[in-house]
Design a protein around this ligand. Structure first.
Ligand code: NI
Length: 390
């Protein structure tokens, strides 16, 4: 069974919403125009309830099916899209490129929002299911944990959500295909901030100094030994120190060096282990060099873990939409997603929808592929109709 015909009819509208959103990117929790756009559409479609202000600027729509309650276990299903853009200067030259300098939809959240709106319109028209479809539009996926903010505002209990599903576009994955896996699918993301205070002085008199640059260099190297020599080679971990700031003169040993980095892991056990070892390595380098080293190790998004029964159901829906040959089992990715918080709260699954041969996510030349709309939207609709079958 291919994409839904009615969705093909709706495609021009969904594409127009997508391009409107693309022209008006907003960051983090400040997605006021986008949230108002979403809430207006949901009211137009005749959703039974439209709630705003969850997680500051999140929007929720409830659509009640018209089929009588059946014997199915699940009565309420949540579908989630993200609304926020990124602080990137767009370089696409598209006629509908961002109108806001320094901001762009470089992760396709414009497409995610538009596809879920398209599904909401169809579901409100047809209501061919038993129970409630809850469409969730969250702010601040890009580093602000908007999903967690919506959960704190009672998202799951207030609407009685029993299962929750998410979708992201996948550059490099052909349009009309999906990728998914059971278990860990995206990584936990923790942040490392290190401040090294040595003793500054003349470059020619290092014995009178404690060199913060050398301590930092040793730290960068030693931290990599955690990945190569502490973590089981069959497990996954990434430590990337991506900022190293020190000094401003050729002949001065700087007093202070600052390092910033990110840690990615796929299981709670490895996450614990890496944090413990980072703390030990920092303490060890401090002792070895005599520098005073302050570490702030901040836990960010948890691992995105797909639940087995819901992943199997989602996979079958994707096969129905795209054909068996076009639904792939993917390896885990070391990127992070705050949908992880929702999957900690309720069972569900996160799937990737092919974006074709586009630029990568977070690249200034990236664009969501409007040809993917019919597949993503059909997936959402069938997921509701299958899960809430009478
Ligand atoms: Ni994204």
């Amino acid at each position: 069974m291919p994409v839904i015909n009615r969705v093909a009819d709706l495609q021009p509208d969904i594409q127009a919403w997508r391009r409107d959103l693309h022209q008006h990117p907003e960051l983090m929790y400040d997605v006021h125009r986008t949230a108002a756009f979403v809430a207006d559409r949901l009211r137009e479609f005749g959703c039974d309830e439209v709630a705003t202000g969850l997680g500051r600027t999140g929007v929720v729509g409830v659509i009640k099916g018209r089929k009588p309650a059946g014997t199915g276990d699940v009565k309420v299903i949540g579908l989630r899209a993200d609304m926020d853009a990124l602080p990137i200067e767009e370089e696409t030259s598209l006629p509908y490129a961002s109108k806001t300098p320094g901001k762009m939809h470089a992760c396709g959240h414009d497409g995610h929002t538009a596809m879920l709106l398209g599904a909401a319109r169809y579901l409100a028209e047809t209501r061919n299911f038993a129970g409630d479809a809850v469409v969730i539009f969250q702010p601040a996926e890009e580093g602000g944990a908007g999903a967690a903010a919506m959960l704190r505002d009672g998202l799951m209990d207030r609407f009685g959500i029993e299962q929750v599903y998410g979708m992201h576009n996948g550059p490099g994955l052909p349009v009309g295909s999906f990728a998914i896996r059971t278990g860990p699918v995206m990584a936990a993301m923790d942040a490392i901030d290190i401040r090294i205070e040595g003793v500054g002085g003349h470059a020619a008199r290092p014995h009178k100094c404690i060199d913060s640059v050398l301590a930092g260099a040793q730290l960068v190297t030693a931290l990599q030994s955690i990945v190569s020599r502490t973590v089981d080679p069959l497990e996954s971990a990434v430590i990337s120190i991506c900022e190293f700031h020190a000094g401003n003169a050729r002949n001065v040993i700087p007093q202070v060096a600052e390092l910033k980095g990110t840690v990615r892991t796929l299981t709670p056990e490895v996450r614990e282990l890496v944090e413990k070892r980072v703390r030990e390595v920092v303490a060890g380098v401090a002792q070895m060099t005599g520098a005073k080293i302050d570490l702030v190790y901040e836990r960010g998004y948890p691992v995105v873990v797909n639940h087995a029964p819901q992943t199997a159901a989602a996979t079958q829906v994707a096969r129905d939409v795209a054909g068996d040959a076009n639904v792939h089992e993917m390896p885990p990715m070391m990127g992070a997603e705050d949908f992880a918080y929702m999957l900690e709260a309720r069972p569900g699954a996160f799937i990737f929808c092919g974006n074709g041969d586009s630029a990568g996510l977070h690249h200034p030349a990236y664009n969501f592929n409007d040809e993917a709309i019919v597949y993503g939207t059909s997936y959402w609709i069938k997921l509701v109709e299958n899960t809430l079958a009478a």
